[in-house]
Write a protein that binds this ligand. Structure first.
Ligand code: PLP
Length: 226
């Protein structure tokens, strides 16, 4: 059985602990509920619990959920790999893109977006081959090149820590992302304020909050069986 209320209450306990430990204010950390594996009924329940930032990782999933949840006041996030040929289907239906990782994607967004779009550049801090994202050494160059795409606004950086890493490794991935973020932010590029950090999932959000996350992406903590 999946008890959303119970899951939310467990989450909130740990979330508040992390805020305290990291000396963070709750208003500085936006929780994004990742609904990629959750059926529509459970998605409605998480909205009822007050979570109105939702994320999908497949264009089909996004369109399906948007159709079923019409008229609700939801902020939509896209996470995970976005195929260039799918950009036109979703780019005008989302508020945040967490996975900008290549110029070909930027180019397609520039062509298809009707308005400016808030993007996180995905960075592969951990260096795992299986993970997408820009290598940290290539980040500055990539951000510089994005000046040519005025519809793209770089609000911050995103990363994923290794799933099986121990706490020290995970913490160092998050703190290195913050260092990259600060380096970009201090350039004061008008198109790349880069003030935000999208980091932390169900297994590691407490560490991410302590290390400065401003967006955390939470799926299984909300939708797990009890
Ligand atoms: C699935 C997913 C999440 C959420 O993961 P959980 O461990 O279920 O919280 C966060 N970010 C990305 C990019 C994902 O694909």
């Amino acid at each position: 059985m999946i008890n959303i209320k119970e899951n939310v209450s467990q989450f909130e306990g740990k979330f508040n602990q992390a805020l305290k430990k990291g000396e963070r204010k709750s208003s500085t950390v936006q929780v994004v509920a990742v609904i990629k594996n959750s059926p529509i009924q459970l998605t409605k329940e998480i909205i009822q619990e007050g979570f109105n930032h939702l994320a999908e990782n497949r264009p089909e999933g996004l369109l399906e959920k948007q159709n079923e949840l019409n008229n609700q006041n939801i902020t939509w996030h896209f996470i995970g790999n976005l195929q260039t040929r799918k950009v036109k289907e979703i780019i005008n239906r989302i508020d945040f893109l967490h996975s900008l990782d290549r110029l070909s994607l930027a180019k397609e967004i520039e062509k298809r977006a009707e308005n400016s779009i808030a993007c996180f550049v995905q960075v592969n801090i951990s260096g795992e081959n299986s993970k997408s994202g820009i290598h940290p050494d290539k980040l500055e160059e990539f951000i510089t090149q994005l000046a040519d795409y005025p519809k793209i606004k770089i609000i911050g950086l995103m990363t994923m820590a290794p799933l099986l890493g121990d706490e020290t490794v995970i913490r160092s991935v998050f703190s290195r992302l913050k260092i990259c973020q600060e380096q970009i932010a201090k350039k004061k590029l008008p198109y790349a304020p880069c003030t935000e950090l999208s980091m932390g999932m169900s297994g590691d959000y407490q560490i991410a909050i302590e290390e400065g996350a401003t967006y955390i992406r939470i799926g299984s903590s909300f939708f797990k069986s009890n």
